[in-house]
Design a protein around this ligand. Sequence first.
Ligand code: LFR
Length: 496
Amino acid sequence: WEIPAALAFDLGASSGRALIGRLTVEADGRRKLEVSELHRFPNYAVQVGRHLHWDILRLLHEIKISIRKTFREGYQPATFGIDSWGVDFGLLDADGELLGNPYHYRDPQTEGLIEEVNGLIGSEALYRQSGLQFMPFNTLYQLLAMKKAGSPKLQIADTLLLTPDLLMYLLTGVRVCEFSMATTTQLFHPVDRAWNTGLMEQLGIPPHLFLKPVLPGHSVGPLAPEVCRELGVPAVTGVAVGSHDTESAVAAIPAEAGPFAYLVCGTWSLLGTEMDSPLLTPEAMELQFSNEGGVGGTYQLLKNIMGLWLLQECKREWEEAGNEIGYPQLVAAAEAAEPFRSLVNPDDPRFYGPGGMTDKIRAVCRETAQPEPRNEGDFVRCILESLALRYRQALDQAERLTGYSFERLHMVGGGIQNRLLCRFTANALGRPVWAGPVEASAIGNLLVQFIAQGLCTDLNDARRLSAASFPVEVYDPPEDASEWEDEYERFCRAWR
Ligand code: LFR
């Protein structure tokens, strides 16, 4: 008897991982998901001329290495799945060949396009038919930038594939478009649950590029024969999972059915709650919440917050200046630093592009008559406290929008390894934080494969399996949270 297994590729903006998940049964009959990491590789933005790109073939190469390694180590996964960040894509020509390197979502080509499109379509009208926060990276703006630049690639493109679908195609030869990724484009109509061809035509984006979406759990097909030959592996089946990493992470949240709030914490912070259908009210637009399609056909009402990007960028800057300082030291310095010396709005648009992060933070402090951070400890403390207060604001807004009240916040993803951030978040919320699992995206990816393999019945069953398999660490708020309450008021007076 073989232990059922699945292979997950989880691609993040700074690294990719291959994890094998095995469904074991305990002596008392309870099921457990055992996960081990097989391979981890860096992922970079590569500047080429004026543009910032992903090295997609490198990612394909690392995925192939992982597949070979999986079978060499004796694992026999029946399926594999791929999840990644949202919005980015590759274009195929009529022969099915990839046209150039996909752009990185932080490429500056989309500058000014939010305003331009709002002027053309109207922000309310656009929100009602897309349900997305106006983020400069949305696929819509990327395609519009290409169109405005007269991109020859766009002119000859036959099919658009979002990153996980593109990699799946390069491995299986089969083209699909997975629903959760489709909903990150801003070109998908959340109520019709179909491509918004009317909007595409208004903007001059060719509708023929887009395939009809399939739901998470869809079986795409086996590895292509030439890939099996190259790697010396059997024809394992590709499954379209909740291919957007955020949606895979949400699928792994160890919560009971019923309203719950979560924060997926990585380079980005996504704070939200699960809904059956999108919420497209003027207030949801005003507060800039997104409605993103998820596993089980759910809609996730969530706010995209700039997240640990601020810290990652500061760290990179210090490293480039020859100051190799690790996260544990940075967090320790923050812990020792003076509390609430200065706060910033993590979603200040100037923080979005790479480079110069410490100068940007200093500038905000000067403009808002706060002292500038003097050292690493001050910077990191400022970032973590500001994030925690921003989370509180987003959670309050989510409650206002939905009428739910949340007793706690589930935090998942790599960011929860930053225990100071979890503690600050509990303090800022005045509510407990339940942290775990760390590898939520990979786990959610595996869970959807187990649903596809018929080993989990549905999303609730999958979440029960996650709860039974991974520890959760609880951070309680302090008894006296008045200092954080005062700071929260100060934060809300300055930023909405
Ligand atoms: C998180 C994430 C967010 C998306 C951002 C850019 O990794 O997928 O959900 O808004 O990356 O694609």
